[in-house]
Design a protein around this ligand. Sequence first.
Ligand SMILES: NC(=O)c1ccc[n+]([C@@H]2O[C@H](COP(=O)([O-])OP(=O)(O)OC[C@H]3O[C@@H](n4cnc5c(N)ncnc54)[C@H](O)[C@@H]3O)[C@@H](O)[C@H]2O)c1
Length: 258
Amino acid sequence: MDLQGSVALVTGAASGIGAAAARQLAARGATVVVADLQADKGEALAAEIGGVFAQVDVTDTEQIAAAVRAASDIAPLRAVVNSAGIGWAQRTVGRDGTPESAHSLEAFTKVVAINLIGTFDVVRQAATAMSHNDADADGCRGAIVNVASVAAFDGQIGQAAYSSSKGGVVGMTLPVARDLAAVGIRLNTVAPGLIDTPIYGQGEDAEAFKAKLGESVLFPKRLGVPDELASMVMECLTNPYMNGEVVRVDGGIRMPPK
Ligand SMILES: NC(=O)c1ccc[n+]([C@@H]2O[C@H](COP(=O)([O-])OP(=O)(O)OC[C@H]3O[C@@H](n4cnc5c(N)ncnc54)[C@H](O)[C@@H]3O)[C@@H](O)[C@H]2O)c1
């Protein structure tokens, strides 16, 4: 799929994997709508790549609608990347066994609201706009990539909420790709392993933690970098025969229980 002259909407684009995808999309000739909670970083990136910033909380359906309208007003929206997401770590049963120390239901709900429901809300609204695009020679009107995680498959101790949310993103891949086939839109999911982004925090402790994590990767023994993920996102978006698939990009890691 040729992205030249089209618009791409990237959520979570102010940082990490989303920012790398936004840069690679711009390099292929797309105008990128940088959708994120973080205005400072989002506006700076939009200025760097000649895109547009849209203040979007993916749990706010009206803000998503406004970003999709802003995108479609520029040129046909042909590419969407759902990278907005948050992590959470808490055991299901607390160490002291009291009802109060059980996993926070509020936290579980929030993680699912952002990572899963937010992703689907962007998919349904963006795909609806894309369904009005002219089709290319293959009948394709656009492509979508969702970002899950290897935690969808090898969730660790404390990852009940995160793995449930990412498992939902994996689970929707085939049925939503089937729904969208009727309107000529492909949808795939990438499942990153351990990628060096601000999601792990910053500073000395975070660096030591990341170095330790890197040792558990099969090969190469290091964390991935956002561009390595964005490269797979671009392949999923532009390869006309890629559809309905979940691709791990993880250096071969299989996460142990903890
Ligand atoms: N870094 C990793 O190791 C890793 C591994 C597996 C999966 N992932 C997934 O990759 C995606 C990107 O993560 P990253 O590592 O680049 O993290 P990151 O923290 O660098 O970027 C995430 C971005 O999402 C934005 N965001 C968070 N909540 C939002 C909301 N409600 N609405 C809009 N934007 C919101 C943040 O502001 C941030 O800019 C996430 O979905 C994450 O779960 C990351």
